[in-house]
Design a protein around this ligand. Structure first.
Ligand code: NAD
Length: 505
C-alpha cells in the first residue's frame, strides 16, 4: 500500500512544498510510517501569508454580514458531523488518543464549538454607539470591534483538531484569515478539515503549512505580515515565540504547560478521590496540559489513599487506542517515552518510592509503540525535579502536607498555573481554597471539565490570555473608536481648537 502524502493547503488548493522535502509521520501505537508530511520552509509560509492577506482584503470576506457568518459556522459544524468517524480515526491513528475519548469528547466538542461561536456572534456587540456627552462638545462616537488580520496558529500533537479549531473558529467568526502549522507529528486532521470546508470558504481564508517548528513555526512567528499568533505547546517554545512576536508587536495568546496540583482535603472521600485523581492524571496517558500531576495529601489520609490509588490504577487497560476498552494509549514518540522514564528514574534517585508502575510496558501486537505503566510515586517533595517540571506522562506524584495552609503554599509553589483541584465533602471550604489557588481553572471534585462558553488558560508560565468563551472571541478582535464631529463652524469649537487657533475667519 502506498503511503499517503500530507501536503500544504494554500489559497484553497492542496500544494506540494516549494523545496520538495517530506518527513515521516508515525502511528505512535505501532511505530509504523503512516504518511509523509510536507516539510515546509519560509517560502511556503510566504505563499500562505500572501494568500491569507489577499483573502483578508477580499470584500466578500471582510464585509460578510454577521448572519451569513453564523450560517457559515453552522455549515462547518455540519461538515465535521458528516466526516465525524473519518476525522476521529485519523486523530487516533496519528496522536494515539483513544477512540473512546476522541469520539465522545474531542470531535463532539469540535462541532459544538462551531455552533457555540455561531450563537455568540449573533449577540456580540461589534459596533457600540456611545452616549453623547457635552464636554468638550457633542460628538458622535462609535467603538468598533474589528478583525486583526492574518492570524498564525501553531498547534501541538496531543489534541490536534480541537486545539486548532478553538483558535480557527473564533478567528474566522470575526473575519480574520488563518495560516496554521499543525504539529509535524499529527498533521492529518488539520489538513482534512481545510479540505472538507474548502467549498464553504473563499480561497485563502484557511491555509495549512506543514513542517517543523524551527522551519515553518519560526517563519510564521517572525513574518512581518502576520498580525497575531495563537500558540498551544510547551512553555519553552511559548517563551521563544513570545520574544519573536515582540519584534513586530504581534498580538499573542499562549496556551502552555502545567504542573497542576490536586489538594485532597482532610475530609475527602477516599474512594471518590482515588478515581478522580487517577482520571485527572491518566487521561491520554498524562499527555494533557491540564493533567493533575501533583496530589497533595494530608498525613492522616496518605496510606489509605495511596493503597486505593494503586488498586484503581491496576484496573486501567493500557494499549491499542482503537480498542474502546483502552484507558490510554502510547506516548507520542519513543523519545518522549524515554523522557518520561527519565523523570521516573530521577525521582527514584531523589528519594521517591514507586507505589505502582514505573516501567515501560510491552503490548502484544504493539511492540513498536512506547507505553508506560500507570505510575504512582510517593515520598515526593515539591523541590524534586519530578514536582517542578511537566512530565507529560502517566505519573502521579503524591506529596504529604500538614495543614491546609501548607497545602495551598505547596500548590502555588510552582512556575506553572494552569489547572488545580480540590477533593472534599465541604464545598464551602473548597470555595475559599479555590480563590487562593494561582491557576486559571480550579475543579472542585472533578478534573478536565471544560465548557465552550468559559475561558481556558493559565496563570504564570502556563500561558498568556485565554481561549474559549467570549475571551476566545476577543482574542481575534482589535478595537477602534471613531469620533465624528457635527460642528461645521470652526469658531464654535473654541474649547478645543482654541489651544492652537487664537483667531477664526
Ligand atoms: P511543543 O512546544 O514541542 O510543540 C508545539 C508546536 O510548536 C508544534 O507544532 C511544534 O512544531 C512547534 N514548534 C516547535 N518549535 C518551534 C519554534 N521554534 N517556533 C515555532 N513553533 C515551534 O509542544 P508539544 O510537545 O507539541 O505539546 C505538548 C506541550 O503542549 C505540553 O507542554 C502541553 O502542556 C502543552 N499544551 C498546552 C495546552 C493548553 O491549553 N495550555 C494544551 C495542549 C498542550
Amino acid at each position: 500500500m502506498s503511503i499517503p502524502q500530507i501536503n500544504h493547503f494554500i489559497n484553497g488548493e492542496i500544494v506540494s512544498p516549494v523545496k520538495g522535502n517530506y518527513g515521516e509521520v508515525h502511528n505512535p501505537a505501532t511505530g509504523e510510517v503512516i504518511a509523509h508530511y510536507a516539510k515546509g520552509t519560509s517560502e511556503d509560509v510566504d505563499l500562505a501569508v500572501k494568500a491569507a492577506r489577499a483573502a483578508y482584503n477580499n470584500p466578500e470576506w471582510r464585509n460578510m454580514p454577521v448572519d451569513d457568518r453564523v450560517a457559515l459556522l453552522h455549515k462547518i459544524a455540519g461538515r465535521i458531523k458528516q466526516h465525524f468517524m473519518e476525522l476521529c480515526q485519523l486523530e487516533v491513528m496519528s496522536s494515539g488518543g483513544t477512540i473512546s475519548r476522541v469520539t465522545s469528547v474531542d470531535m463532539p466538542g469540535s462541532l459544538m464549538l462551531c455552533n457555540a461561536y455561531a450563537e455568540m456572534i449573533k449577540n456580540y456587540t461589534f459596533i457600540e454607539d456611545k452616549p453623547v456627552q457635552s464636554f468638550p462638545e457633542p460628538m458622535h462616537v462609535q467603538t468598533l470591534k474589528e478583525p486583526l488580520g492574518v492570524c498564525g496558529f501553531i498547534t501541538p500533537w496531543n489534541v490536534p483538531l480541537m486545539l486548532f479549531l478553538v483558535k480557527c473558529i473564533p478567528a474566522i467568526a470575526t473575519g480574520n484569515t488563518v495560516v496554521v502549522k499543525p504539529s509535524e507529528l499529527t498533521p492529518h486532521t488539520t489538513l482534512k478539515f481545510a479540505e472538507i470546508t474548502a467549498d464553504l470558504l473563499p480561497p485563502g481564508v484557511i491555509n495549512v503549512v506543514n513542517g517543523t517548528g524551527p522551519d515553518v513555526g519560526e517563519a510564521i512567528t517572525t513574518h512581518h505580515d502576520v498580525n497575531k499568533i495563537a500558540f498551544t505547546g510547551s512553555t519553552a517554545v511559548g517563551k521563544h515565540i513570545f520574544a519573536n512576536c515582540a519584534q513586530t508587536m504581534k498580538r499573542v495568546s499562549l496556551e502552555l504547560g502545567g504542573k497542576s496540583p490536586a489538594i485532597v482535603m482532610p475530609d475527602a472521600d477516599i474512594d471518590r478521590t482515588a478515581y478522580g485523581l487517577i482520571y485527572g492524571i491518566m487521561n491520554n496517558a498524562g499527555q494533557i496540559c491540564l493533567s493533575g500531576s501533583r496530589a497533595l495529601v494530608p498525613e492522616a489520609l496518605h496510606d489509605p489513599l495511596v493503597e486505593r490509588l494503586v488498586e484503581v490504577a491496576a484496573q486501567l487497560k493500557v494499549g491499542d487506542p482503537f480498542d474502546p476498552q483502552t484507558s490510554y494509549g502510547p506516548m507520542s514518540t519513543p523519545q518522549h517515552g524515554e523522557k518520561v522514564m527519565g523523570f521516573i528514574e530521577r525521582a527514584k534517585a531523589d528519594g521517591a518510592i514507586v507505589a505502582c508502575g514505573g516501567n515501560r510496558m510491552t503490548i502484544e501486537g504493539y511492540e513498536g509503540g512506547f507505553f508506560v505503566e500507570p505510575t504512582v510515586l510517593t515520598h515526593v517533595t515539591n523541590d524534586m525535579d519530578v514536582s517542578c517540571n511537566e512530565i507529560f506522562g502517566p505519573v502521579l506524584s503524591v506529596l504529604k502536607y500538614k495543614d491546609v495552609e501548607e497545602a495551598i503554599t505547596i500548590a502555588n509553589d510552582t512556575k506553572y498555573g494552569l489547572g488545580g483541584g480540590i477533593w472534599t465533602e465541604d464545598v464551602v471550604a473548597a470555595q475559599q481554597v479555590a480563590r487562593r489557588m494561582e491557576t486559571g481553572m480550579v475543579w472542585i471534585n472533578d478534573w478536565h471539565f471544560a465548557r465552550l462558553d468559559t475561558p481556558l488558560g493559565g496563570y504564570k508560565e502556563s500561558g498568556y490570555g485565554r481561549e474559549m468563551g467570549v475571551m476566545g472571541l476577543e482574542n481575534f478582535l482589535e478595537t477602534k473608536t471613531i469620533f465624528t464631529s457635527f460642528e461645521r463652524q470652526s469658531h464654535k469649537k473654541a474649547m478645543t481648537y482654541g489651544a492652537v487657533h487664537k483667531k477664526f475667519g
